[in-house]
Design a protein around this ligand. Structure first.
Ligand code: IPE
Ligand code: IPE
Ligand code: MG
Length: 583
């Protein structure tokens, strides 16, 4: 399916070879994937390893290695807009991205972390270790899942829970680290958290000296146990299409065989990377091949047909006007510009109850779901307007814990709109950090999965924080906060007689969310409907009659301009504008 282009074929061949030489198990897993998807897998795998290798290449000083990774990433970004590269791995990766409409911008942060790896890493505890591991690994796995989605075999939809999946990947990471221990130690690296090392007196020192002491032996046994537990997740593939399920269970089998090999290696672990015997691997892979082949006959994959390799505009990044690493929001359709309001006069946080979708639709003789669909465009407009005026925090009420009372059909329609927006990802090139506020509850797992992904991939963005309240309820938020506080009160870390508002706020689900300065509700109702009770305690309130789908960014600008004329007192006596008590 790659076509006749000899350069492109050579690029994919290079990726395939690189995968085969560097990771036998990975190569074998990719052989379980239908042939049409394999080149994309080789390209992704080779790319992840190419930048790892740049960061690890000890023949160069740390700064030089970091610079090489950065150059690689910058070159990729440019090449995604031109559609070609002189580097074979990037050439194959760019082709894969265009062919399968993958959003490689989601890999940016993971790649940038590898750049920092060049300077060495220390982790205080498992939670720091885990977040580094997940941030560097998950986005690559997400790309593979997207690939399966595009091929008509959705993996995301069937995942039981995100946590199981992420724990599995922690196990993948830990097994990798144990396998590569000798190479890492030779370079003076030890990618394990201090808390794990500190459990065994002087294990870190012995490892650095390549001494197989009782402490090191116990540490390794402990880590093997953890990794084995993490990769053993029977619920991971429950309900999943048998194709990806076979790949994941085979991956887990190979990881356990790898952990056996690590365990048998003993002191040799400090000198060479262990590998399971060929017979062991064959015993796992032979039946897996049969199962995978059968699974793919059930759902033949679909390959994108309208692919024109010479048309890089398939990637939205290529078209948008860029300012620095981010694009500017598209201008207002009629050319209206944001009022110039000095930053110190802007509200820090605007929260919006986007109401009136149903009535907007009814007014036009349309079903309610048409109103929700139209509401999505108004939401995009509002985000663009927020960026243009320079707002820092925008919080949108999208679906409340009370909205489950509506017909299943309407609930599905609303969640479909949410799913569609998260999938389209219209803010991918904008400086928008997306967050989700709400509870999992009855939300479909794929929606939760998408929300977490968007959160993860935009986490380092600093322009506008867009908090999406989905399955959000104010009382639920307060109740959950109380539940989070309870153990600290019981354990004595907090004293109930001296519990302060600050103590309470620190346990809110989003403790860093600032108070709402301006609460705006469209649709004519004058109530707050269980929205952000803690944060809106002193908010200025703005009610407007228009139905949400009729909103464009000018309405937000108007609300903000209006806010700048309010006098806020927070309980103090009014101060006359030009006089002070001293004069
Ligand atoms: C707001 O519009 C959207 C959601 C609550 C999900 P509505 O659907 O509440 O519209 P009206 O208030 O019925 O017009
Ligand atoms: C509030 O609107 C919830 C959202 C906008 C998501 P509702 O339409 O659900 O509120 P009520 O029922 O009129 O109070
Ligand atoms: Mg309503």
């Amino acid at each position: 399916m790659i076509g006749d282009d000899p350069v492109l074929r050579a690029a994919y061949r290079h990726c395939r070879q690189r995968t085969k030489e560097q990771d036998r198990a990975e190569y074998a897993l990719i052989q379980l994937v239908p042939p049409a998807l394999r080149p994309a897998c080789w390209a992704l795998w080779a790319a992840a390893n190419a930048i790892d290798d740049l960061a690890d290449d000890r023949t160069a000083p740390a700064a030089e290695r970091a610079a090489r990774v950065e150059q690689w990433i910058t070159a990729l970004e440019l090449e995604l807009t031109t559609g070609a590269s002189t580097d074979p791995v990037r050439h194959a990766l760019v082709d894969t991205a265009l062919r399968w409409s993958l959003d490689l911008s989601e890999l940016h942060d993971a790649m940038a972390l590898v750049q920092d790896d060049a300077h060495g890493r220390r982790f205080a505890d498992w939670s720091a270790w885990r977040s580094w591991g997940r941030d560097t690994l998950l986005p690559w796995f997400d790309q593979v899942r997207d690939l399966f989605d595009r091929a008509g075999v959705p993996v995301a939809l069937r995942l039981d829970t995100q946590e199981i999946y992420e724990t599995f990947l922690d196990g993948v990471r830990l097994t990798d680290i144990l396998t590569d221990l000798s190479a890492d130690l030779a370079q003076g690296d030890l990618l394990l958290p201090d808390v794990a090392l500190d459990r065994y007196a002087n294990a870190a020192g012995d490892l650095a000296d390549l001494r197989w002491s009782p402490a090191v032996s116990s540490l390794i046994a402990h880590l093997i146990g953890l990794a084995r537990r993490w990769v053993t997740q029977p619920a991971l593939t429950r309900g999943m299409h048998p194709g990806p399920a076979t790949i994941l269970t085979t991956m887990a089998d190979l990881l356990r065989a790898q952990l056996d090999a690590i365990s048998h290696a003993g002191p040799a672990l400090l000198r060479t990377p262990p590998q399971p015997g060929l017979l062991t691997s064959a015993r796992i892979l032979a039946p897996a091949r049969t199962r995978a082949a059968l699974a793919w006959t059930l759902t033949p994959v679909t390959v994108p047909s309208q692919y024109h390799p010479a048309r890089p505009s398939a990637l939205p990044t290529a078209q948008a006007a860029r300012s620095g690493p981010f694009s500017a929001p598209p201008p207002h359709p009629a050319g209206h510009r944001a009022p110039q309001i000095p930053a110190e006069h802007l509200p820090l946080h605007v929260a919006v109850i986007m109401d009136g979708n149903g009535r907007w639709a009814q007014q036009r003789g349309l079903p309610r779901h048409a109103g929700h669909q139209a509401g999505a465009a108004a939401m995009r407009e509002t985000v663009h307007g927020a960026l243009e005026i320079g707002l820092r925090h925008l919080t949108l009420y999208i679906f409340s814990t009370e909205n489950w009372k509506r017909d299943a059909e309407e609930v599905d329609a609303i969640l479909d709109v949410v799913r569609g927006e998260l999938t389209d990802n219209p803010f991918r090139d904008l400086d928008v950090h997306m967050r989700w506020h709400g509870r999992t509850g009855k939300l479909p797992t794929d929606v939760v999965d998408l929300l977490r992904r968007r959160e993860r991939t935009t986490r380092t963005r600093t322009g506008l924080t867009l908090t999406m309240c989905i399955n959000y309820g104010g009382r639920d938020e307060i109740t959950r906060t109380a539940a989070a506080l309870a153990p600290h009160l019981r354990g004595g870390q907090l004293d109930p007689d001296h519990l302060s508002e600050k103590d309470f706020a620190r346990h809110l689900p989003h403790p860093d969310m600032p108070d709402v300065d301006l609460l705006w509700r469209t649709g004519g109702e004058q109530r707050t409907s269980n929205f952000l009770p803690w944060h809106t305690a002193y908010a200025e309130i703005h009610f407007t009659p228009d139905y949400w789908p009729d909103i464009d960014r000018r309405h937000l600008w108007h609300a903000i301009t209006e806010y700048t004329h309010r006098q806020r007192r927070h309980g103090a006596a009014p101060t006359p504008p030009s006089t002070t008590f001293a004069s």
